[in-house]
Design a protein around this ligand. Structure first.
Ligand code: FEO
Length: 170
């Protein structure tokens, strides 16, 4: 059985994950406006991942017999100076999300809530990947610069990304 504090915090985290998707869709739109379709595709796929993260929390609450609450989302940032700025902000955003997942884990430990600790392990691992993916693209952008052949090659690589839902065991 989940504590009420845990239920409230997971409901907040559903909102946070949906907001992440909202922010990444805004970043996708900026990339499209710059004719960087591969970068735009990267963020469209990222939005699908964030929805998956939100729905995984949603189903966990339902499974535990707790009420799901759907909250309104803030307006995401819309004006960006460059794709480099976009990835800098995306990387910082993922670091913030890692902090939120760690807070949830801390509460699960305090509550001696072993089921939620086990459930949250998936997110702990996922956040390592989420941060690494943003940081790796940011570093490449810093190497190639914001114009030219290198940028177009990176754009073409990111255009190949597609959303694959993790298998049930994960
Ligand atoms: Fe849901 Fe990108 O963390």
């Amino acid at each position: 059985m989940l504590s009420q504090k845990m239920i409230d915090k997971i409901n907040e985290q559903i909102k946070n994950e949906l907001y992440s998707g909202h922010l990444y869709l805004s970043m996708a739109a900026y990339c499209s406006s710059q004719d960087l379709d591969g970068f735009a595709n990267f963020f469209v796929v990222q939005e699908q991942e964030e929805r998956y993260h939100a729905m995984k929390f949603y189903h966990y609450l339902v499974e535990q017999g707790a009420d799901v609450k759907i909250y309104g989302l803030d307006q995401p940032k819309q004006d960006f100076k460059s794709v480099e700025e976009v990835f800098q902000l995306a990387y910082e955003h993922e670091q913030k999300v890692t902090g939120l997942i760690n807070d949830l884990m801390e509460l699960a430990v305090q509550d001696k809530d072993y089921a939620t600790q086990s459930f949250l392990n998936w997110y702990i691992d996922e956040q390592v990947e989420e941060e690494a993916s943003m940081q790796s693209i940011l570093k490449k952008l810093q190497m190639v610069g914001v114009k030219g052949h290198g940028l177009l090659m990176l754009d073409s690589q990111l255009g190949a990304r597609s959303f694959t839902p993790p298998s049930k065991e994960e």
